[in-house]
Every structure is written in structure tokens, then in C-alpha cells.
Design a protein around this ligand. Sequence first.
Ligand SMILES: *Cc1c(COP(=O)(O)O)cnc(C)c1O
Length: 304
Amino acid sequence: PFKGNIDLNKLQRLIDEKGAENIAYVCLAVTVNLAGGQPVSMANMRAVRELTNKYGIKVFYDATRCVENAYFIKEQEDGFADKSITEIVLEMFSYADGCTMSGKKDCLVNIGGFLCMNDEHLFQDAKEMVVVYEGMPSYGGMAGRDMEAMAIGLEESMQYEYIRHRVLQVRYLGDLLKEAGVPIIEPVGGHAVFLDARRFCPHLTQEQFPAQSLAANLYVESGVRSMERGIVSAGRDNKTGENHTPKLETVRLTIPRRVYTYKHMDVVADGVIRLFKHKETIRGLRFVYEPKQLRFFTARFEEI
Ligand SMILES: *Cc1c(COP(=O)(O)O)cnc(C)c1O
């Protein structure tokens, strides 16, 4: 159930290989967006803390979906069923030196985010940088109105009823697709259902961008917008110019918080299932425009 966990043996090997002095920090994503929104267990966070403490390496969380992660801990990890979401989140962060957080996800607001750290000196340095890149330290590039909204969003996000509804709604969509035989990444994570494009489009090679094409075809079929997470997202090697070839080719169906009902999930599932029934008609793609940076955001394609 905790496929977001860091492999401690691999981390140990990396530290041995590169040397602790060459590692600025360990970034732990709670939950792991790119791997299906999979959560990290409290036991793993504690173990990462213990290992990095031995070497004086800092740990920063990508805390964008930390409340969803806390829900999974409450639901599935031994010893947490009776703890509140707030208590679980507090314990999670006790094993970190700081975090980055996008406000657009678990903070329940339209825009913004924040950077936190426990180290006073590091904090001073960051405060000097924020003036250069974002705005005065008192608002860090955000409007006062947006900061107030975020403060309220953070409090509301800790409500058990809300986060339970959110995670279960995502799971409901996953269950509908599974029942129809549509290949998805399991278990279903906290914020999205990920279609497995390799199994959805076995007739396409990875170089034909199966996940990108699946996303485009789903939009044509049903008007549902999704996101490629595969070879297009992985980009090219800076040195060789070759495409990175990730193991996973997925399409992310991300569900906004507090926007949709279960009936909307039925509509999304219907669209995906309809497309699945004529999946052989999905053709490969090639680039007609490929930007140098973060190509998955703005690239354009045509059918082969
Ligand atoms: C959205 C997201 C970000 C980036 O946040 P922005 O507010 O869009 O800059 C970083 N990490 C994760 C895991 C995200 O989902």
C-alpha cells in the first residue's frame, strides 16, 4: 500500500557512491505524483530520517499532497487509525528539515505555495533570495488575499470528512475503470487515476508516444482533459540528446478537489471505457513542435 516509500538500500548505496558531502538534501515526495500518487508510510519517513541523520544530510518534503498522504497513513498503517489528520501531519513533518508546498493542491487555493525550513541560518539565506526572485519576505510574491485563503485552506484540509471524501472519490473512479477491464496503476493513489498506456495501447511503440496519444484521443472522444506522464514528460538527455525512456507510460486523470460529484466520475469513466472499446484506432504521434524546456507543457503533435 505504500509504493511511494524510498528504497533505503538504494539510498544507502547512493550515499556510499556519491559521498554524503555531495548530497545537498533528500527530497521525499508525499505522495509521489509521478508514480501514481502513491503514499509514503510513517515508518519509511522515520527510517529516512534515521539514515540521513547519520550523515548530516537534510530531508525536504515535496509536501504538495501531504494531507492525502496522511489520510492513507490513517487508513492503512498500523497504529494510526485513531489519530487525527492533524496529528499525523505533525508527526510526518517532525522527520523533515523543511518542505516545499504548492498551494494549488492540498492547500485548496488557486495559486501560490511556500518554502519552509527549521534551520535559522538557511532561513535567513532563503529570505534574502526571496526578495530577488519573488517579492518581500512578508508576502513572497503572493497577494494578501491569496495568503488568507491559503491559511483557511490549510485548516480545512485537515478535516477528516473532507479528505476522506476526496480520496474515496478518486478510488471510486478507479474501481469503475477496473471493473470494465481498463488497465490502470494499482493501488489507486490520492489525487488521480493513472491509465497504463502500455497496456491500453499495446500496438504502439514508446517512440510513438502512446500516453500522449491516449490523452489526445480521450479528449476527442469525451472532452475529458488528462495529462501524459511518460516519454514526453521524461524529456531528453542533456548530453546525448536522446529521449529518456521511462518504464511507465501513464495518462493521469487528476481530480480537482471540491469540484466534482460522483456523477461526474461516471461520465469520465464512460468516456475512457468507450475509447477502450476501440483502442486499436488510436494512432501514434510525432512532434511538430518540441520546446527545449519542459516539453510536455507546450509541445504540439500530429498523428502518424
Ligand atoms: C503541482 C506540483 C508542483 C508545482 O507546483 P506549482 O504550484 O504548480 O508550481 C510541485 N510538486 C508537485 C508534487 C506538484 O504536484
